[in-house]
Structure formats: structure tokens, C-alpha cells
Design a protein around this ligand. Structure first.
Ligand SMILES: Cc1cc2nc3c(=O)[nH]c(=O)nc-3n(C[C@H](O)[C@H](O)[C@H](O)COP(=O)(O)OP(=O)(O)OC[C@H]3O[C@@H](n4cnc5c(N)ncnc54)[C@H](O)[C@@H]3O)c2cc1C
Length: 462
């Protein structure tokens, strides 16, 4: 519980309207997109970096835990106040401050929704590529803290590839800048990329400078349909090996195809074992050539049919369906857990088979989705978190998937992060020395260990 005098200090910083502590208000901030729930003691909604700095000065003076929060769409419990304290929600710091066409960058506050930035820069003929499936709600601050990836990672990379600089507030309340707005900058340690992916454990991001690209002139979407999931998986590794670079390369298995079709009624092939959904973008002439190349390649790898979209509307419908994947399967069982282990792309087919084998053996219902071009698996495990026996089987499956991914040179998480969910696996991938270094970095930024204490470096273990 926060002492009354602390609450009064918070009110003196942001006003009573932007400082919540009633049970019904707090309940809204006790969960994200994973299955854990922790109630904070207060939620505050700053409107400026100065307010954030004041809040942190108060928190550090009273040794109170603080957890930053964007839209709460994280899948691993990263924005949850596991040990109570204050949640700083950035939803009211949501201004796009600058779109600079001459130097191709934008400056935004952390609460800007990713899709809003994408639309705004596209109106100026520019392009912000990072595109997580949650871009309609997820914030720029959350995506920086998570180093979010998404559908276009295969060609365009992830959030960290577009960061030029950050304004941050340290847990002590001090403010500082990392980086600049220039596309090159090697002055000192790269603190921008250290903050990126730190899951809100090192500093609070209050302003973000991002690099922009020219908007691709055109885009076509292809749907390659397979009677064998192996052939679909092999196509992906061979596309990458051949040096063909689609903008997106997603794989969906038959269970997901059915769920999506039930949800969208878009005429997905219900008798197929798997489909690949791909975008090719660029200049019209290049795109036409690439479409023919990719379609031909898929057919030669065993696709029974390749559908090519003929209009922007069709592109959008197919991607709307893909973005609906979690919602579509969430209708099937009360709980949906999404795994995120990632493997070198040449192990994609073997990993898909292994995931299906593990889930079948443990009697866990699974639908396979993957940002396949990155080797980033997203098996969707359908279950009921109220059933302890079933959850034990789900957890066993996750353990086995993680072990397999690591055994082939993969990683615990490609993009969804570690959070509360995967912290227990860290020693499987990171050496003692690595963990020691990470803890030392955490202590340098946050000697009192007050920032996101339930994050992947749980303060109990620091
Ligand atoms: C349907 C769905 C699809 C998704 N698809 C993808 C995908 O394709 N790719 C992908 O990478 N992820 C995906 N995600 C996961 C999630 O949406 C991303 O991680 C996203 O970037 C989180 O943004 P958020 O604003 O919701 O952050 P939150 O969930 O609120 O917070 C995430 C982390 O960021 C920290 N944080 C938030 N704001 C700040 C700030 N200003 N300063 C410091 N730390 C901060 C929080 O403390 C927390 O650790 C998906 C999630 C869902 C529900």
C-alpha cells in the first residue's frame, strides 16, 4: 500500500484526475496479454518528461517500485506490477512531435500508437517498417522497450534498426538523451540500443527519434497453398537461402487456416495443410518480377496453388486475417498462450514438426503460426488456465519447445520478450557471466532496483 503522503505527492505532480487508486481503476492495469495478474497500488498518467522525472524522484525518495506501461499488449507480463507500487501509463504522452522529410526521421512521445505513426508518415510519402501484429494498439514506447519485431522483420528488421535516439528518465529522476537524429552516430557506448529491448527495467523512455524510409511504391500479396507442412517450411528456408527477400513471409498451419476462415470468411483453403502469406514491395517493375519469381519458386517447392492479390483491398483483407490470428483462435478455448522461441531458418521445418510432436504427445491443442522468414515460431497453445492438470501439460510442452530451440542454436524469445513468463528459462541460454553482466548493468541504471522489479531480472534475484 502506498502511504497517503506519497499519493498526495503524486497528485501534486499530475493532478487528481491523472492519478488513480480505486480498485475498479487499478483492475484495468493489473493484466496484459499474458495470463498473469498483479494489482498496482496506483496508476499515474504523466503528460510530459518533466512529470515523469518528478514521479521518479518521489518514487526513489520513498523507495517505491515503479512499472512503466504502454498499451499493455505485451505477451509475457512485462508491464505488470508484480510487487505492487506505481504504474506509469504513457497513454497521455501520445503526440507525434515532428516528421522531418528532409532528413527522414520522426520524433514521437512514447504513448503514440505504432499504426498512428505509420499512417502519419505514409501521408508524407515515408515509411516506418516495424509492424508487430498488435500495431493498432501497441505504443512506440512499449515497442522500444520490447524491441518489437513483427511481420516485416524478414526484409526490414526490427525496432532497434530504426532508433536514432531516445530521451530517457533514469530511476533516480535524472533526464538524459541517448543518440541523436543522425543516421550515423558512434559517440560512446550505444545506450539507445541498450535501452531497446530492456523491457522497462533500466529507464523510462519519454521521447523517441526514429529513422524513416521512403514509402515503397507498390506492394503485392501472395498466398501459397500446400498439401504438406514440410514443403511449406522447406520453401521458406530455400527462399532465404536463394537470396529472395519478400517483405513478409508468414506460415500458418491447417488449424489456424480453419480458425481464420471461420473468423473472416475470406475463402481460405480448408483442405490445405499449410499456407505461406507473403508480401513483395518496391518499384512496380521490380515487384512484378519478384511476384513471378516467388510464385514460381513456391510451385517448384510443392505449392499446389499460388494466389496473387490483384488489388490493395485484397492485400488488406489477407493481412487483416493474419492480424486476427490470435483473436480467431482465442474463440476456441478460454486461454491462448503464444510461444516465441526462434531458430535459425534452416531448422524451421524440423522445429514445426517438433512443436507439433511435443504438443500431440502432451495432449495440448496447438495451431502453428510463424514469422517464418525469421525462424520466429508462434505456436498458439489453446487451453484453460483454470485446469491445473492441463496447464502442467502446457508448461511441459513449453519447456520442451524451449529446450529444442536452444539445442539447434535458437533463442528463448525472438520478439515477445522474457517478462514474468520466461524468466525461469534465462539460465538455460545465458551463461553465469552474461547474467552477472546484465545484473551489473541493471544496478548501474537502477541501484535501488525500483524500476520494473518483477521484470525478467526479478529484484528478488538481484
Ligand atoms: C495480438 C498481438 C500480436 C502481437 N504481435 C507482435 C508481433 O508481431 N511482434 C512483436 O514483437 N510483438 C507482438 N506482440 C507483443 C506486443 O504487442 C509488443 O511487445 C508491443 O511492442 C508492446 O507494446 P505496448 O505498448 O503494449 O507495451 P506494454 O505491454 O504496455 O509494455 C511492454 C514493456 O514495455 C515497457 N514500457 C512501456 N512503455 C515504456 C516506456 N515509455 N519506457 C520504458 N518502458 C516502457 C513496459 O514496462 C513493459 O516492460 C503482440 C501482442 C498481441 C496481443
Amino acid at each position: 500500500m502506498l502511504e497517503e503522503k506519497v499519493f498526495e505527492e503524486l497528485i501534486s505532480i499530475v493532478g487528481a484526475e491523472r492519478c488513480k487508486r480505486s480498485k475498479e481503476d487499478l483492475l484495468t492495469y493489473c493484466y496484459d496479454a499474458c495470463i498473469h495478474e498483479y494489482l498496482p497500488d496506483a496508476v499515474v498518467f504523466p503528460k510530459s518528461a518533466q512529470e515523469v522525472a518528478h514521479i521518479m524522484k518521489t518514487a526513489s525518495a520513498h523507495n517505491i517500485f515503479v512499472t512503466p506501461r504502454g498499451a499493455g499488449s505485451g505477451l509475457g507480463g512485462e508491464a505488470l506490477a508484480k510487487y505492487g507500487g506505481i504504474v506509469i501509463c504513457f497513454s497521455m504522452m501520445n503526440r507525434i512531435l515532428e516528421i522531418n522529410t528532409a532528413n527522414r526521421y520522426a520524433v514521437v512521445e512514447p504513448g503514440v500508437v505504432i499504426a498512428d505513426l505509420q499512417k502519419a508518415v505514409e501521408r508524407a510519402g515515408l515509411f516506418y517498417p516495424p509492424d508487430p501484429g498488435s500495431s493498432a494498439v501497441a505504443t512506440m514506447g512499449g515497442s522500444v522497450a520490447m524491441n518489437a519485431g513483427g511481420m516485416r522483420g524478414v526484409k526490414y528488421g526490427v525496432t532497434k534498426d530504426y532508433l536514432l535516439g531516445l530521451e530517457i528518465v533514469l530511476p533516480s529522476g535524472e533526464m538524459m538523451m541517448t543518440g541523436t537524429v543522425t543516421s550515423k552516430d558512434v559517440t560512446g557506448y550505444d545506450l539507445t540500443r541498450l535501452i531497446c529491448g530492456s523491457e522497462g527495467t533500466l529507464a523510462l523512455v519519454t521521447r523517441i527519434n526514429v529513422r524513416l524510409l521512403p514509402k515503397p511504391k507498390t506492394k503485392r500479396t501472395l498466398l501459397a497453398i500446400y498439401n504438406s507442412i514440410d514443403a511449406a517450411g522447406d520453401t521458406v528456408s530455400k527462399i532465404i537461402e536463394a537470396g529472395i527477400v519478400p517483405a513478409t513471409l508468414e506460415l500458418m498451419d491447417k488449424r489456424l487456416i480453419k480458425a481464420l476462415d471461420d473468423f473472416t470468411h475470406l475463402g481460405f483453403p480448408l483442405d490445405a495443410e499449410a499456407v505461406l502469406l507473403m508480401d513483395v514491395d518496391g518499384d512496380p517493375e521490380t515487384v512484378e518480377n519478384q511476384v513471378a519469381l516467388v510464385a514460381d519458386f513456391c510451385r517448384r517447392q510443392g505449392a499446389r496453388e499460388v494466389r496473387v492479390s490483384s488489388s490493395e483491398k485484397e492485400n488488406e483483407q489477407l493481412w487483416f486475417a493474419r492480424r486476427s490470428a490470435f483473436g480467431a483462435v482465442a474463440r476456441m478455448r478460454p486461454t491462448c498462450l503464444i510461444e516465441d522461441a526462434t531458430v535459425p531458418v534452416s531448422f524451421l521445418t524440423a522445429t514445426i514438426k517438433k512443436v507439433i510432436e511435443i504438443c500431440e504427445r502432451n495432449r495440448v491443442q496447438v495451431a502453428v503460426l510463424a514469422h517464418a522468414g525469421d525462424g520466429n515460431m508462434h505456436p498458439l497453445m489453446l487451453c484453460d488456465q483454470r485446469d491445473e492438470e492441463e496447464m502442467a501439460r502446457v508448461n511441459k510442452s513449453m519447456d520442451e519447445i524451449v529446450d529444442y530451440a536452444l539445442s539447434v542454436g535458437g533463442t528463448l524469445s525472438g520478439e515477445h520478450g522474457i517478462g514474468v513468463n520466461k524468466a525461469r528459462y534465462l539460465p538455460k541460454q545465458l551463461s553465469e557471466t552474461s547474467l552477472k553482466m546484465m545484473k551489473a548493468i541493471k544496478r548501474t541504471f537502477d541501484p535501488q532496483c525500483i524500476l520494473n522489479p518483477g521484470g525478467f531480472l526479478d529484484y528478488g534475484a538481484l
